[in-house]
Write a protein that binds this ligand. Structure first.
Ligand code: ATP
Length: 584
């Protein structure tokens, strides 16, 4: 196919205001393409030389594109830049400069064979693959040779393409419809294949050469469209919807990761199927050590954790991984844990049609849990109260709630069905004041904190029973000096068992006589079955906890343990919290 033909179709697509017309224009273009070039036509229309999840970049900025144009047209770079400024469209600048150019090179437009789609595509692929020393010059030479041979209108689209500003507004679904129309295949079949293998160039080639779409299989290295969840806000509704029994899993607050293990190594894809492997070298290493399979596709959530305590941190802390030059430092400051919740392919076996409960068993068979790779915490539950208790536990330890799943459901790629239901709160609360809590126990430190305590078990005071009830485990906010000081002041208070005036469901590594009081602030006060403060006061079997607690730096030496925040005050604070709508 001549490139000019593609360009004509693009101009028509650009000028239409109706989606149905857009589909028709594309379908008639596809019909004219040969099977060996249809993929190239499609990639060029979509503005990416390969499916986006391959992460291939052209590496051509506006400056470089203008330099190539200058070389091809003989127009000065300054002139081109002002043309670009004036029109605001690099394509228009290219078109005008090509139209008025005297073409200094050997090749003069109109005096040689017209450009073919394949030539344009193959040259652009070379531009993308040029790397190392001399890559810039190579890119300029390749591009200017293309401009030198293109008509003004062709040059316009090439320029827009290379700087990533094609902006035709053609979505993957539009291409699917046009392909179905052009080749007489069912849209649903194409869609299914796309969920399994989201590479429209590849799929187009198959249908154009008359190959059946059911040949498209789950393939390690090629991301599948993720299964998504619906949402409900009561445990009884959720159980009813799932047929009475659910696999309830913690809903971790991190980045969704689709992990592919194949001959070529480990690759990680995001929720939007971008290749994010480079951001998580630590996860790659941990996966290699923990997963016993030659080939596999696993799903999980990557969560940032406090390096000193291992406690989960909010999702925002993963942002440090997004800047390339910060990854190494971020690995140390914000290490991660991968919580795996599904497996959809293992050593040649496609598990997408197997029930979730089977996939869960398979997951535990192939994963050897470590500090960095764990299986998402889950329970099989069939009564709403137990689901609620588990939900409150999940929130109090720093997750967003639960995802409840049908034990018999298949892995539905790309679908947002009722087999996965998220159970989150509609709002979160904001803790409005600090609290003064008593240190009743401690947990040994790891890493930098080895030899000291890494986290402390804190309690509120109840004057009516003269007891201390636990509300949180805190490890954040302590400087190195604080940790040393805490160790020293707690040493004389060490006892071999829980103090009789302390009520705790948690087992600390070390127990103390309740005496030291410290000031703590948290994100909010939540319900939690893990702590004994106000147990049953709001809900049966559930107490109150401080979520994401941190030490403010204030030792309340002016307060004895009986002057610490009381359980009644904790309840009052819980009730008075500001309720803030949850972002969706
Ligand atoms: N155990 C789990 N099972 C499935 N997903 C989980 C689990 N834990 C955490 N998640 C995350 O929860 C997400 C779904 O809920 P959430 O409301 O946070 O996502 P969203 O981006 O708003 O919506 P969605 O991903 O459903 O479009 C998943 O995409 C995944 O990243």
């Amino acid at each position: 196919m001549q490139f000019g033909e593609l360009v004509k179709a693009l101009a028509a697509v650009e000028s239409t205001t109706q989606r149905s017309v857009m589909v028709k224009l594309l379908a008639s273009l596809f019909k004219k393409a040969l099977p060996e070039e249809i993929d190239k036509v499609i990639y060029l229309i979509l503005g990416d030389l390969r499916p986006p999840w391959e992460g291939l970049e052209l590496g051509v900025g506006e400056k470089l594109c203008l330099r190539a144009l200058a070389k091809a047209t003989g127009t000065s770079q300054a002139e081109l830049e002002s043309l670009y400024k004036k029109t605001g469209d690099i394509g228009e600048a290219a078109r005008r400069s090509l139209a008025s150019s005297k073409r200094p090179g050997l090749l003069t437009f109109g005096s040689q064979k017209p450009l073919e789609v394949s030539e344009v595509y193959d040259t652009l692929l070379k531009v993308a693959r040029a790397s190392g020393e001399g890559a810039q010059d190579m890119k300029i030479a390749l591009l200017s040779s293309l401009f030198a041979r293109s008509s003004p209108e062709e040059g316009k689209y090439i320029a827009r393409f290379v700087v990533g500003k094609l902006r035709l507004g053609v979505a993957d679904m539009t291409i699917i419809e046009a392909l179905a129309d052009a080749y007489g295949v069912r849209k649903e079949d194409l869609e299914r294949a796309y969920h399994v293998y989201p590479d429209l160039g590849h799929l187009a080639k198959l249908v154009a050469s008359g190959k059946p779409l059911d040949e498209v299989k789950v393939t390690p290295g090629v991301p599948v469209l993720p299964m998504l969840a619906q949402r409900l806000s009561s445990s009884s509704e959720i159980l009813a919807k799932l047929g009475g029994t659910a696999i309830c899993e913690y809903k971790y607050d991190g980045e969704r990761a689709q992990i592919h293990i194949s001959q070529s190594g480990v690759r990680i894809f995001s929720r939007r199927l971008e290749d994010i492997t480079h951001a998580y070298p630590d996860v790659v290493k941990a996966v290699k050590e923990a997963v016993m399979a030659r080939e596999a596709i696993l799903e999980g959530e990557i969560v940032a954790v406090d390096p000193d305590t291992g406690e989960m941190l909010p999702f925002q802390e993963l942002m440090h991984r997004k800047r390339k030059h910060e990854v190494v430092a971020a690995m140390e400051m914000y290490p991660t844990v991968l919580y795996l919740f599904d497996v959809i392919f293992v050593d040649g076996e496609d598990l997408t049609n197997e029930p979730l409960i089977y996939r869960r068993v398979k997951l535990s068979e192939i994963v050897q849990e470590s500090d960095k790779v764990q299986i998402a915490k889950w329970l099989m539950l069939d009564d709403p109260d137990s689901v609620d208790v588990f939900f409150h536990e999940a929130v109090s330890v720093g997750t967003e709630g639960l995802i409840c799943k049908s034990p018999t459901s298949e892995y539905e790629m790309g679908a947002r069905g009722w087999n996965w239901i998220k159970y989150k709160r509609d709002y979160k609360s904001e803790m409005i004041d600090t609290v003064d809590l008593v240190v009743v126990g401690a947990f040994y430190g790891r890493g930098k904190r080895a030899g000291l305590y890494g986290a402390f078990l804190l309690a509120a005071y109840d004057p009516s029973s003269d007891m201390f009830y636990t509300v949180c485990k805190v490890g954040s906010g302590f400087t190195d000096a604080d940790l040393k000081k805490m160790y020293e002041i707690l040493q004389p208070l060490k006892i071999p068992h829980r103090h009789p005036r302390v009520s705790s469901k948690m087992e600390a590594d070390v127990w103390f006589v309740p005496q030291v009081v410290i000031e703590v602030i948290g994100a909010e006060i939540t319900l939690s079955p893990l702590h004994t403060c106000c147990l049953g006061a709001v809900r049966p079997g559930v107490g109150l906890a401080v979520r994401f607690p941190r030490f403010t730096g204030r030792y309340r030496t002016d307060k004895g343990p009986e002057q610490a925040t009381t359980v009644a005050e904790m309840l009052e604070l819980y009730k008075r919290q500001k309720k803030v709508a949850q972002p969706e």
